[in-house]
Write a protein that binds this ligand. Structure first.
Ligand code: ADP
Ligand code: MG
Length: 306
């Protein structure tokens, strides 16, 4: 038997989970380092939620090895329960429970808990403290679920589609809070279908497709590996720019009037910039259009963001 690598927050080897005939997860493997913000992305139905549910001991796996904080979430669920934070699903709270009551209840259930008034403040729920769960907006519910996941000061927290229902400002606010949570020492596993969120927040990302991990790496690694080329643009009237083709990584130089485009790979902007300066040209509008994680995602999964 392989033992979980020491220091790893999560270790998953060949996880399989079926629902009847549906293979939700068909041999997924990944490891999450302590202190990481680890992203899980993939099309709808690719097994992301099932995987994190198996990690939290909420589902029984069919086969494979899983360790969270060195424990088996199935066999050692009780030992693990107070050390992890779980984002609740929509139906999980009684309609009439008030925001403060939910937080107070969750705090009372954990052996060590944070001051939930601070969490109310941080997740912008202070004004809603006396509101019943049923009367919260989608975004407010979402923020409450995240706050509840953090009440027990977890060593690792699982956030599944945390930002769904949040407006753009609240989404950015949530990103900053997630970074703060990490600064307090909590490892974060973040399932998201927002590519900008994954690119902005995650140290490393696993890409799921049809129940397996098809790619794993830092956002820049995934972009470089799957989204290929970048595009450098500037305007200049110099007639002969053929020497730009000699820049390392340059594959194609095109121009239309003063508008010049160089396509290629690697640190293209730096090489084109250096070549231009060496030829006495310093265009004020020199810029690069970098491929994004979304481009890489499309290349890896054969579709747009789900
Ligand atoms: N409780 C369930 N019963 C039966 N099938 C399920 C259940 N939950 C998920 N599935 C199926 O398992 C597959 C993976 O689902 P899920 O893990 O929710 O994917 P994701 O979170 O990536 O959208 C899908 O085909 C889904 O329909
Ligand atoms: Mg899901």
């Amino acid at each position: 038997m392989t033992l979980a690598s020491p220091g790893r927050a999560v270790f998953v080897n060949q996880l399989v989970k079926r629902y009847g005939r549906t293979v939700a997860v068909g041999g997924a493997s990944l490891e999450v380092e302590t202190g990481e913000i680890f992203g899980i992305i993939g099309p709808n139905g690719s097994g992301k939620t099932t995987t994190v549910e198996c990690l939290q001991g909420l589902r029984t796996r069919d086969s494979g090895e899983v360790r969270v904080l060195g424990l088996d979430p199935q066999a050692q669920r009780n030992a693990l329960r107070h050390r992890i934070g779980s984002q609740l699903q929509e139906s999980a709270l009684p309609e009439r429970l008030r925001v403060w009551e939910a937080l107070d209840l969750f705090a009372a259930m954990s052996p060590h808990s944070r001051n939930w008034r601070e969490l109310l403040e941080e997740w912008d729920l202070t004004e809603k403290r006396d509101t019943a769960f049923a009367d919260l907006s989608g975004g407010q519910r979402q923020r409450l679920f995240v706050a509840l996941a953090l009440v027990n000061e977890p060593e690792i927290v699982f956030l599944d589609e945390m930002a769904t229902g949040l407006d753009p400002a609240a989404r950015r606010g949530a990103w900053e809070l997630v970074r703060q949570v990490r600064r307090r020492g909590t490892t974060i596993v973040l399932v998201t279908h927002f590519m900008d969120e994954a690119e902005e927040l995650c140290d490393r990302i696993a890409v799921f497709r049809a129940g397996t991990v098809v790619a794993l790496g830092t956002p820049p690694e995934l972009v470089a590996r799957y989204a290929g080329r970048s595009l450098v643009r500037f305007t200049d009237n110099t007639e002969d720019l053929d020497w730009l083709r000699d820049c390392p990584g340059a594959e194609e130089v095109a121009r239309e009037g003063p508008r010049v485009e160089v396509r290629g790979t690697g640190p293209l902007l730096a090489h084109v910039g250096a070549a231009l300066v060496a030829h006495g040209i310093a265009p004020a509008d020199l810029r690069v259009e970098r491929a994004t994680l979304e481009d890489a995602f499309m290349a890896m999964t054969g579709e747009g963001a789900p």
